[in-house]
Design a protein. Structure first.
Length: 246
């Protein structure tokens, strides 16, 4: 399994537990609200909102919740104003960490993020220190047992995918952000299930993290992901295969 998909899979498995606690809904509602405020309340004319709604539906969020979040974003209903920020830093072992935040209190957000990094053996960095290591991409992971490699290549590349990567257990389908929906629709149309499907910040190079540092960075990433003001956490940490077995 490639370096990026290890953390992506850990995060999505964790997301199943978060969903039971309502945490996933909270983050999705924030994203829908901000997307509607930044663009428009019409998903057809607002790609970010369209992606946020698709993610919400994937988590079985009720339609009423989605509609209320949109109306809060457009101002039809009273709602909280969220500020968007991205923070950068390093984890144990020197791996890069990129943190997207949506918050109604930036001072609280930066304080909690800085504390989390320091507590778990990392540190906050200056703006721009690690962002250059990542690129925004559409990203899907599909089990190799689900389809033949050539067949998936044909489906994905014809729909506009940039690349299809293969490892021992999975395929990774990479797209430009604007092509993500078309490729995901084509894959879904063939009855395939994506283990991970998202527009994400994909690391361009991976940093191997082993031993105690590997366990420490996973704890840090999970702790950051649990903060109310944090929307998404990205890393270029290449974790050992044993981490997935655990």
């Amino acid at each position: 399994m490639s370096g990026h998909s290890k953390w992506a899979n850990i995060r999505h498995k964790k997301g199943a537990a978060d969903a039971r606690r309502g945490k996933v809904f909270t983050k999705l509602i924030k994203e829908i609200t901000v997307a509607a405020r930044a663009g428009s309340g019409d998903p057809a004319a607002n790609p970010r909102l369209r992606a946020a709604i698709a993610a919400a539906k994937q988590e079985n969020m009720p339609k009423d919740n989605i509609e209320r979040a949109i109306k809060k974003g457009t101002g039809e209903l009273e709602g909280v104003t969220y500020d968007e920020s991205t923070y950068e830093g390093y984890g144990p072992g020197g791996a890069a960490i990129l943190i997207d935040s949506l918050t109604d209190n930036k001072n609280r957000a930066v304080s909690e993020i800085r504390h989390a990094l320091t507590k778990h053996g990392g540190n906050m960095g200056e703006s721009g220190c690690v962002a250059w290591m990542f690129k925004k991409k559409g990203y899907m992971v599909i089990e190799r047992s689900a389809i033949d490699e050539d067949a998936l290549m044909e489906i994905a590349l014809e729909a506009g995918a940039e690349d299809v990567r293969v490892d021992e257990d999975n395929y990774e389908v990479i797209t430009e952000p604007d092509d993500y929906e078309a490729v995901k629709t084509a894959i879904d149309g063939k009855g395939l299930t994506c283990l991970v499907a998202e527009v994400t910040m994909l690391p361009q190079t991976m940093a191997p993290v082993e031993g105690d540092n590997a366990a420490k960075i996973v704890r840090l990433l999970e702790f950051l992901d649990d903060l109310d003001d944090v929307q998404k956490v990205y890393t270029n940490a290449d974790l050992p295969d044993e981490m997935m077995e655990e």
